[in-house]
Design a protein around this ligand. Structure first.
Ligand SMILES: *Cc1c(COP(=O)(O)O)cnc(C)c1O
Length: 351
């Protein structure tokens, strides 16, 4: 059923001020946002309006108690101007998993999907079509009622904002295996895309950057023995010809790219193992020459290959190999996303 969305179109588009040949990630925003408010127990006022600052009371609960969750997804435009989303229902499902954990209201899927689709229609010119580029979509929800009591908010705001993004250069990253800090703990919120999880990563990541690394490899919180995630990405490790990734749990975000990689790998005769993988196993494999690849996976870069990792003061280089799983899988996934190949899974959704 079509939801009645109020449209307040911008008077003067900003698109003329944007250099589409020089887009960095998430810095330029399209003309409009979709907004919807949760008031008195219902989602109301679905509106598309100009992308402008929002007014909040200084006592709005988001500022004090951090009820804030988000999603990250992309729209792709093919050569003929057709626009596609990739597994958008999965993003809605996950937003609602995050919402439940943060004691926030679920968003109905029709509202989520129709909000995005209508926004993409009005801001269609903002969706880049150059190879590798896309429109990054950021749906998010926050506690908007006022009050300094540490309790859940009564009202919430859901907004979808979008940002045209150029081809994301996946330069290989240098990573540091974390031995002290943790991004998530059992019973915590690591599996939710909650704003505070990222705030908590910045400090340990900065310490790693000061040592010359790009990212932290998160290990399990109590013993730091097992490899869990790469920054804000899931992680894959290839030992010999086996592709290994940790099972999802309380501490690991259930990535849609991760899920898609697992499916594509299995269907292309890449042997995958979803199991715990220890730091020690990776180091032994590196020493014996069996460690072939490590890469992160996530919507923004799809796949980010890792060139080396540091652990307890030692650097371990990954070999330069031809025909990596990383490049094979990245091509398979992006070809589906951008309508360059068949989509046997029904993941691509035409807008
Ligand atoms: C978003 C995210 C991912 C990747 O999820 P995708 O659905 O593949 O984009 C992985 N880990 C963390 C911590 C994340 O926030």
């Amino acid at each position: 059923m079509a939801i009645d969305i109020k449209i307040q179109a911008i008077k003067n588009s900003k698109i003329g001020t944007v250099d589409f040949n020089n887009l960095s990630f998430g810095k330029v925003f399209s003309d409009h946002v979709f907004q919807c408010d949760f008031i008195n127990g219902n989602w109301q006022n679905p509106t598309i309006k100009p992308n402008e600052p929002i007014l909040l009371n200084p006592a709005a609960k988001i500022f004090h108690y951090g009820q804030s969750i988000f999603e990250g997804m992309k729209a792709y435009k093919d050569e003929s101007g057709n626009v596609f989303l990739f597994r958008p229902s999965e993003n809605c499902r996950r937003l609602n998993i995050s919402a439940n954990r943060l004691m926030m209201p679920e968003i109905p899927e029709e509202l989520f999907i129709q909000g995005i689709e209508n926004l993409l229609k009005i801001d269609n010119d903002w969706i880049p079509s150059a190879d590798g580029s896309s429109l990054y979509i950021r749906p998010f929800m926050f506690a908007s009622s006022d009050g300094l009591r540490a309790s859940p908010s009564d009202s919430y705001t859901f907004i979808i904002t979008t940002a045209p993004s150029g081809a994301y250069f996946s330069e290989k990253i240098k990573v540091l295996i974390e031995e002290k800090y943790a991004r998530a703990a059992n019973g915590g919120v690591g599996y939710a895309k909650a704003g505070g999880n990222y705030a908590a990563q910045f400090y340990p990541t900065q310490l790693a950057i000061e040592k010359g690394y790009d990212q932290v490899i998160w290990t399990n919180d109590n013993s730091h023995e097992f490899i869990e995630e790469a920054g804000a990405m899931n992680i894959f490790i290839r030992i010999g010809d086996v592709l290994i990734t940790s099972p999802t749990n309380d501490r690991i975000l259930d990535g849609i790219t991760r899920k898609s990689i697992l499916q594509i790998a299995q269907d292309n005769n890449i042997y995958v193992e979803v199991r715990k993988i220890s730091v020690n196993e990776v180091i032994q494999a590196a020493k014996q020459g069996h460690l072939k690849e490590m890469f992160g996976s996530g919507t923004a870069a799809v796949i980010s290959p890792i060139s080396s990792f540091g652990y307890q003061g030692t650097e371990y280089e990954l070999p330069e190999i031809f025909e990596t799983y990383a490049s094979f899988l990245k091509k398979k996934i992006t070809d589906i996303q951008t309508n360059k190949s068949k989509d046997p899974y029904g993941w691509r959704v035409k807008v």
